[in-house]
Design a protein around this ligand. Structure first.
Ligand code: F6R
Length: 241
């Protein structure tokens, strides 16, 4: 794993945007695996700016997002589809028909997951996967559990995740209790992975991810086994190492 130590969130966003920009330039029809949450917002802002300056063309790019809440409509302001459209896709020249996110409205979990795995397969897999890190070590919505997951699956969100994500909702009771997420195996099959971690609140879990044993109790620890991971972390996130 390559560890890229940066000063702060701004620096982190620029470094990650540079890697994504290089990927899109080198392979214009690449498949980007994307994340939501606070961590990638600065990256998306920089990529939008570079697109608007004429330096970045997304017309042939496909995207596959990690996860979506089960039960939320795509136009629900808390859905990850809404997040991706408003924070990124609406501002670049991407073909929205090639931006994929699990179908939160599909009540049949088995079907939703099977359909999403087929989409990933049809795209030929992910060239570059962008990840954030949950406070409990989750990646996507792969929560700590007894075994690493394989393909897309429906998860019961942990208390820690509901608690962390309630900031986006009116109240904690509004946070959906389930989500569809890409599995660990699918994430590990990505050719390249870039993880961005910022802030002192992530310092304890980042130490476990980088220095602890590889265990499904800390899902991101599995990244130690991937051949091409770049971990971009700011000073605050690295403060316990
Ligand atoms: C989001 C996702 C999550 C987040 C993680 C960190 O699509 O898959 O794993 O990356 O919860 O969230 P933030 O960046 O808000 O701290």
């Amino acid at each position: 794993m390559k560890l890229c130590k940066v000063k702060d969130y701004k620096d982190l966003s620029r470094k990650a945007a540079n890697i994504i920009q290089a990927q899109v330039i080198l392979k214009p029809d690449c498949v980007l695996g994307l994340a939501t949450g606070s961590s990638p917002v600065g990256i998306y802002e920089i990529l939008i700016e570079r697109h608007q300056n004429g330096d970045l063309d997304f017309s042939e790019v496909s995207t596959i997002n990690l996860d979506e809440y089960k039960g939320l409509r795509p136009d629900d302001r808390q859905s990850y589809r809404y997040f991706m459209n408003t924070k990124f896709f609406d501002h670049i020249n991407i073909n929205k028909l090639r931006t994929f996110i699990p179908n939160g409205l599909e009540e049949n979990s088995e079907k939703a997951c099977r359909d999403y795995d087929k989409i990933i397969e049809d795209c030929g897999g992910v060239d570059l996967q962008l990840l954030g890190l949950g406070h409990n070590g989750h990646i996507g919505f792969n929560e700590p559990c007894g075994a690493f997951s394989c393909g897309t699956h429906c998860v019961d969100l942990s208390f820690s995740t509901i608690n962390a994500n309630k900031r986006f909702f009116d109240s904690e009771t509004d946070v959906p209790r389930q989500a569809y997420t890409m599995g660990i195996r699918s994430i590990m099959l990505s050719k390249k992975i870039v993880v961005v971690v910022s802030g002192t609140d992530k310092a304890a879990i980042l130490k476990k991810v980088l220095c602890g044993p590889i265990t499904p109790q800390v899902p991101a620890s599995v990244l130690q086994l991937h051949a091409d991971v770049t971990m971009i972390a700011d000073q605050a996130a690295l403060s316990q190492i």
